[in-house]
Design a protein around this ligand. Structure first.
Ligand code: FAD
Length: 456
């Protein structure tokens, strides 16, 4: 394992750890305020319950349901019901009330006073929810099907839920398996799997077909040594890989690291019933694996760069909450945030990726997009409501960041910019908020390690 040197550049990004920390110290209050104190960004609509896990079910013993979460805590029956994994995993959401608009404006005021605000934004109907071939994620049904619930994100913080064991490992394993990229192949949407001579079709839009395809991929893998997430981690270190494949792995690993940070930082001590940071949890999952922390910083650089690229885009965006004053404040806040992010490639330079315009290069990009969509589908297999919520939001957030980075061009006049759905924009900002808060939590943990070492 390598140690993180603050002045060192985060590999595959252009900034150092220290640069990103200092940028985050400056931006953190704005990101928090935007994500938590605006109606637009603090409610997420998604179909959390009706989508079946397309890849496995209870019958074949591969558990992805809530019961797994319940069995994972020790002495579950002896602890108060409120602390049990099943309870902790439940959403507080759909019935949660919007905080009153007056209360929201009061919360925003201190930071908004610095912005200078205006009113008068008109509110038009949101565009539809059709999937576009530039999407990196399976879009959430905000408007299309009428299914789905609004969830108050503030009421459902990402924190310890007790979801663990085989069910959780299986999901992570499936997610990391998406990292097994194909060599560019002649057939569209296909992927070559080690151990199989013929290419196997990658997961299609059709879920039933997707489930079958995935099983084939799993079988092919199982003929080889069982691949565990941790194995792919080490294997990847040793392997020479193209930048794009490495980036895919780093996004996933960085997201995993962020989830681990949040659950360690907001941990339930079951003996005392107190919530708080769990230093041992941090040491085992993060401190002893600096490459995971490095991937989290990498994600910060990537997502921040994408949010920075929204600086011109949001000018014409309609924030449709029904309160024109608040919509204008929201727009001002996001413009202020995007404007504070360095505009050049100092943090992350996406222009070095997907430069190959040949058929091979284009198929790599297509493959990358498909794999990201598959990760998004795997989230339907997460057997804990709160974890699934944040897993889906963050996959959508990274998918949106990739869409902005690779499909928005370089800001040339007249260049077409794909529209972002409300759910995409909300997911992007909330994903940035999660990474930003994780970096602050890591700072706190580092100080705790030093204090423990110095006996202070
Ligand atoms: P896990 O975190 O399950 O990791 C499995 C293996 O992956 C490890 O043994 C290691 O080899 C490898 N690994 C671990 N971290 C990384 C990394 N960053 N990069 C590369 N490889 C790595 N639990 C909660 O309490 N709250 C949540 O909000 C929550 N959200 C979740 C969301 C999703 C999508 C999933 C799949 C799980 C979630 N969980 C959540 C469960 C949590 O992530 C762990 O699975 C659980 O705490 C068990 O942890 P573990 O120590 O067994 O290792």
């Amino acid at each position: 394992a390598f140690q993180l040197e603050p002045k060192a550049k985060v590999s595959d990004a252009s900034a150092s750890y220290a640069d990103l920390d200092s940028l985050n110290n400056r931006l953190y209050p704005y990101i928090r305020n935007l994500a938590n104190n605006t109606d637009f960004f603090s409610y997420y609509r998604l179909n959390l319950y009706d989508k079946q896990c397309p890849f496995w079910n209870d019958e074949n013993g591969l558990c992805g349901n809530i019961a797994c979460a319940v069995t994972t805590l020790e002495n579950e029956t002896q602890i108060p019901q409120i602390w049990r994994a099943e309870k902790l995993s439940q959403l507080e959401g759909p019935k949660a009330q919007h905080p009153g608009r007056k209360q929201q404006r009061e919360r925003q005021r201190p930071l908004l006073d610095q912005l200078g605000t205006g009113v008068g934004e008109s509110c038009v109907v949101e565009y539809d929810d059709e999937c576009d071939d530039r999407d990196y994620c399976v879009p959430e049904d905000e408007t299309a099907s009428g299914k789905g619930n609004y969830v108050s994100l503030a009421e459902n913080p990402e924190r310890f839920t007790g979801y663990a064991g085989e069910g959780a490992h299986q999901v992570w394993e499936a997610i990391y398996r998406e990292n097994c990229f194909s060599k560019p192949s002649t057939s569209e949407h296909s992927v070559s799997v080690p151990g199989l001579s013929a290419p196997v079709p990658a997961l299609s839009q059709n879920q039933a077909q997707a489930a079958m395809d995935f099983k084939q991929v799993m079988k092919a893998h199982d003929r080889q040594a069982a691949i565990k997430p941790g194995v792919s981690e080490e294997a990847l270190d040793a392997e020479e890989e193209c930048l794009e494949k490495r980036v895919f792995y780093r996004v996933i690993s960085g997201m995993h690291a962020s989830i681990s940070t949040h659950l360690c930082h907001d941990y339930l001590n079951q003996s005392t019933g107190q919530w708080g940071p769990n230093l041992q949890c941090y040491k085992e999952r993060l401190h002893e694996h600096p490459e995971r922390i490095s991937n989290l910083y990498f994600n910060y650089a990537l997502v921040l760069r994408a949010v920075g690229k929204l600086r011109d885009y949001v000018q014409d965006y309609t924030f449709c909450t029904g309160d024109t004053e608040q919509d204008q404040l929201t727009k001002d806040m996001i413009k202020k945030l995007a404007g504070a992010i360095p505009a050049g490639p100092q943090i992350f330079d996406e222009s070095v990726m997907f430069t190959d315009q040949t058929a091979d290069g284009l198929s790599l990009k297509e493959d990358f997009r498909n794999r990201f969509r598959n990760v998004s589908r795997i989230m339907d297999c997460v057997g804990c409501d709160k974890c699934r919520l944040w897993g889906k939001i963050q996959t959508n957030g990274f998918g949106t960041a990739l869409k902005v980075l690779f499909e928005f061009g370089n800001g040339h006049v007249g260049e077409e910019k794909p529209l972002l759905r409300r759910t995409e924009l909300v997911a992007l900002i909330n994903t940035l908020d999660k990474i930003s808060a994780a970096m602050k939590a890591l700072e706190r943990f580092r100080n705790m390690v030093v204090a423990e070492r110095d006996g202070t």
